[in-house]
Design a protein around this ligand. Structure first.
Ligand SMILES: [Fe+2]
Length: 234
């Protein structure tokens, strides 16, 4: 089985469109796609991004922590994950950009998905099967299992105790020092699991201009982070 793996789009529509164009242009559009969550927040196009993704009824979509934050009324009032006031303003702004249909789609997403393919158990999550706030610990890796996880925005490709841990990095907000969009191509077969991380340039200036034009709260740090592909704090 071969499939495309993408994560952490974070409302970055130009990056998503570059991804679609790359798949079309490189003969990859026919493969199944699995998305690992964080479709919204930290970018200027939450509504447009969810509209594009939710129109795709053939792919697998997991829910990320940021998707959960914007649909949880209690977390919209106070979120222990965010210590800076600007961050809460940003989450509420994202919430307000989403239509009832967008909210319903995000609320429909599952935190964990499991399937079997080519002799592998495949476990699909945003972080790990217990929480969307933390990545998978190597202590948890079970033989014969392929773990697909996102959340860190940094690609990961590990072989451990007969298991594989694969993270495609972030499509819309990489944090590994390379600001190009990142996604993965997974090829599973009996006894092997190949993983290729693909980097593609996209119109980052369009994303930054939209953050300014839409006066997105907390944007100074987001813009710096998009440019540098590193964490930033205002
Ligand atoms: Fe994320």
């Amino acid at each position: 089985m071969t499939f495309v793996l993408a994560s952490d789009i974070h409302a970055n529509l130009p990056a998503l469109e570059a991804f679609y164009a790359y798949l079309e242009g490189h003969g990859l559009a026919g493969f199944p796609r699995i998305y690992l969550g964080d479709y919204v927040s930290l970018g200027p196009y939450p509504g447009e991004t969810v509209a594009r993704l939710s129109a795709d009824t053939s792919s697998v979509f997991l829910r990320g922590n940021h998707d959960r934050y914007v649909i949880d009324d209690a977390l919209l009032q106070a979120n222990p994950y965010f210590s800076e006031p600007g961050a809460m303003d940003h989450v509420r702004w994202t919430h307000d950009q989403l239509t009832p249909e967008n909210h319903a789609w995000l609320a429909s997403l599952k935190p964990v998905h499991r399937f079997q393919a080519d002799g592998w158990n495949v476990v699909v999550t945003h972080g790990n099967p217990d929480t969307d706030e933390m990545t998978l610990s190597v202590d948890r890796a079970e033989e014969g299992t392929v773990y697909l996880c996102g959340h860190t925005h940094v690609p990961r490709n590990e072989t451990l105790h007969g298991s594989r841990i694969l993270n495609p990095g972030s499509l819309g907000k990489p944090l590994d020092g390379d600001n190009r969009a990142s996604f993965g191509l997974v090829r599973l077969g009996p006894g092997f699991a190949e993983f290729e991380v693909i980097r593609i340039p996209y119109n980052i200036e369009q994303t930054i201009a939209a953050l300014e034009d839409r006066k997105v709260p907390w944007r100074a740090g987001i813009i710096e982070s998009l440019r540098t592909a590193a964490y930033s704090h205002e």
